[in-house]
Design a protein around this ligand. Structure first.
Ligand code: AMP
Ligand code: MG
Length: 351
């Protein structure tokens, strides 16, 4: 009788073990669920492993749209534009925003300060005048640029609790250099809440990786060759639980008389930044930080950009110069593999 009970127990045990094993195989190492959508002016790709993957992708898509609506200067009803409209109409009034918009605005202000205004959250009037993002690109006349430059000053944005205000009438806060980064972090929060342990999201060059791949290997993120078609890489960064965010003059630009005018503006000159860099990549824990830093260091150039990144800690970077040299911070040595099919770029290891 006892033997029968033990056998029954063992049999039940093996059924249970098989079920657990099946669930493990099915959720952890089976094929990923992939999603692709267009939001925030870019293609967004997600790849998730786990049983809630489909649900998490749907929730992430809704969240990304919500962030876009709140934070883009192209949506007249959005929260950031409430602040901007108020600055146009009622000089100096406080605007109640929400927690996440204030969080991103605070981050943007912090990186404006840290970069000495190379990243400037009030660059909006110039962004609008150049029209590169809105699809009506033009070269604004010099007197217009000079007039608008007076409105670009991150020091005139004040934040208190969940309210913010701009001091000068006509100032425009633009979160275009940081909002996609924030969206990457928000998407990872959704993955975690859905029990996902292994995933990545790519918001048009803002890549965020959660955990490792189910087989225990790291995520391999390609670094775009800024002078080749999309998908041609200059190397691979291997990461887990990291954001890998790139900025460059190849992302959005127009050409006039053989000259390239791109979307990252130098708040000191009012023209597209001409610092000697054509691309930057930042690798760090939070995508919101990586996004602000990639834009800031692009404007600062190799020397000052490298200095900024090294002053922060736990932030790594790749800088690609006009003369086709690729520089990395020390900490990338072990996780970056240079591989240039075009044979045009030179890898300058560790500075
Ligand atoms: P990213 O692609 O992240 O480097 O950001 C570029 C976007 O940030 C542009 O499309 C503008 O909306 C905005 N932007 C341009 N120049 C600057 C700047 N110097 N500081 C902050 N934001 C900027
Ligand atoms: Mg950025």
């Amino acid at each position: 009788m006892l033997r029968k009970k033990i056998l029954l127990f063992l049999a039940a045990g093996s059924v249970l073990a098989a079920a657990v094993w099946f669930a493990y195989v099915n959720t952890s190492s089976s094929k990923p669920v992939e999603g692709q959508t267009f939001s925030m002016g870019t293609i967004i790709t997600q790849r998730l492993y786990g049983s809630n993957a489909k649900k998490a992708i749907e929730e992430a898509n809704i969240k990304i749209k919500e962030i876009e609506n709140k934070m883009t200067i192209n949506n007249s009803g959005g929260l950031i534009n409430k602040l901007n409209d108020m600055s146009a109409e009622h000089n100096g009034e406080w605007n109640v925003l929400d927690n996440e918009t204030v969080y991103v605005l605070e981050k943007a202000k912090k990186y404006s300060e840290l970069s000495g205004g190379a990243f400037d959250v009030t660059v909006g009037p110039l962004v609008k005048a150049w029209g590169i993002i809105s699809g009506n690109p033009r070269i604004p006349p010099a007197d217009e640029i000079n007039r608008l430059l007076k409105l670009v000053d991150y020091k005139s944005i004040s934040i208190q609790g969940s309210s913010a205000k701009l001091i000068l009438p006509g100032q425009i806060a633009d979160l275009g250099g940081i909002a996609k980064g924030y969206a990457g972090d928000a998407v990872l929060d959704i993955y975690r809440k859905n029990g996902i342990k292994s995933a990545f999201v790519n918001l048009g060059g803002n890549v965020v990786a959660l955990g490792k791949k189910p087989d225990g290997s790291t995520w391999k993120i390609g670094i775009q060759n800024p002078r080749a078609e999309n998908g041609k890489y200059l190397g691979i960064v291997s990461v887990s639980d990291k954001a890998v965010v790139s900025s460059g003059d190849y992302e959005r630009f127009f050409e006039r008389d053989g000259k390239r005018y791109h979307h990252i503006l130098d708040p000191k000159t009012g023209y597209p930044a001409d610092s000697g860099l054509i691309a930057t990549t930042i690798v760090c824990g939070l995508s919101v930080d990586a996004d602000a830093l990639s834009t800031a260091s692009f404007v600062l150039g190799l020397e000052r950009g490298m200095k900024l990144v090294e002053s922060i800690g736990e932030v790594e970077a790749i800088f690609i110069t006009k003369d086709k040299k690729l520089y990395t911070t020390k900490g990338l040595k072990d996780i970056f593999t240079f591989s240039d099919e075009s044979k045009e770029f030179e890898y300058v290891e560790k500075r």
